[in-house]
Design a protein around this ligand. Structure first.
Ligand code: IPM
Ligand code: MG
Length: 354
């Protein structure tokens, strides 16, 4: 098949890890007879420096004509003033809104060979395989807000329509069907009106999925259960802000933030794929970043935007095989001197890619 992929390497370690994921995709294309073309565009701090805005119109235009977008990470100390008029994360939020990427998938899997790096006991994290489905284009992130310079008050609004909840809930229930058949819907229905609408709507959608088991979990309790017994969860469905918080909390179970990929999808096949970690400016340019999260994001791109399930699974298997060989990047190496570089780890992934 032919596919056009736009890469947005961004800032910090972004360019290093995106380059490795592109190498993996290029090898997949060669192995399986596909033609992938790559086009790089600016987003984030590097775009602010070059054009004054974090999501330039040329970047949006490039993404519009692409089948999928692979993003590195944005941000860094030089753009981190939260009161600045132009900030790197604005580009990310605009990209999500522009393409209506309402469904954010964040799989969290634990690898037995990395159990020693997780902050919980090995028996608690054994078999953890959670899929977060986070609503990404509404909720408190995009509700009305009021902020006046040095004013003495400010507010944000958590807003949901029935249709916004319905469509992301359907994504969660559909995903559960291909997994363990369980959805935990996260809300704060005991306090918030928008979350009562959330619960009511999820219940309504659940009627179309009698084969899927649904439980409602209040967000505070959910944060606790995720640490006490993470293996009990299958699909976790959450609104924008709660999903943001809980997915970061749970990511530590995988042993390193450098492990976790994500997909942000709209109703079509278009998606933006990115590691859930940030731009790690402290280690940028040293060639030591863990490329796994970005390589696994490329696997999600193959699966969801290009419908290449076998190729996606082959990439995931190659990452597992590379880990099983004992190679570790610096974030995971018990002895720093034994760590392999970003490129060397990817070489191993390529060796195992069939
Ligand atoms: C994420 C990030 C973003 C978010 C930030 C950078 C705006 O934390 O993708 O989880 O809060 O959505
Ligand atoms: Mg986040």
């Amino acid at each position: 098949m032919q596919a056009r992929i736009v890469t947005l390497p961004g800032d910090g370690i972004g360019p290093e890890i995106v380059a490795e994921a592109v190498r993996v995709l290029t090898r997949v294309a060669a192995n399986c007879g596909h033609q992938f073309t790559f086009e790089e565009a600016l987003m984030g701090g590097c775009a602010i420096d070059a054009t004054g805005t974090s999501l330039p119109t040329e970047t949006l235009a490039a993404c519009e004509s692409a089948d999928a977008v692979l993003l590195g990470a944005v941000g860094g100390p030089q753009w981190s003033d939260p009161t600045a008029a132009v900030r790197p994360e604005q580009g990310l939020l605009q990209l999500r809104q522009h393409f209506d990427l309402f469904a954010n998938l964040r799989p969290v899997k634990t690898y037995p060979v990395l159990a020693q790096h997780a902050p919980l006991r090995a028996e608690l994290i054994a078999g953890v395989d959670i899929l977060f489905v986070r609503e990404l284009t509404s909720g408190i992130y995009f509700g009305e807000r009021m902020e006046q310079g040095e004013g003495d008050h400010a507010w944000d609004t958590m807003f949901y329509t029935v249709e916004q909840v319905r469509r992301v809930a359907r994504v969660a229930f559909e995903a559960a069907r291909g997994r363990q058949g369980k959805v935990a819907s996260v809300d704060k229905a005991n306090v918030l009106a928008s979350m009562r609408l959330w619960r009511r709507t999820v219940n309504e959608v659940a009627r179309d999925y009698p084969d899927v088991e649904l439980e409602h979990v209040l967000v505070d309790a959910c944060a606790m259960y995720l640490m006490r017994n993470p293996a009990r969860f299958d699909v976790v469905l959450a609104g924008n802000m709660f999903g943001d918080i809980l997915s970061d909390e749970t990511s530590v179970l995988a042993g390193s933030l450098g492990m976790l990929p994500s997909a942000s999808l709209n109703n079509g096949r278009f998606g933006v794929y990115e590691p859930i970690h940030g731009s790690a400016p402290d280690i940028a340019g040293q060639g030591i970043a863990n490329p796994i999260a970005t390589i696994l994001s490329a696997a999600l791109l193959l699966r969801h935007s290009l419908q290449l399930e076998a190729e996606a699974a082959a990439v995931e298997a190659a990452v597992e095989a590379a880990l099983a060989s004992g190679a570790r990047t610096a974030d995971l190496a018990p002895v720093p001197a034994e760590a392999v570089s970003t490129t060397a780890f990817t070489d191993l992934v390529l060796d195992h890619l069939h």
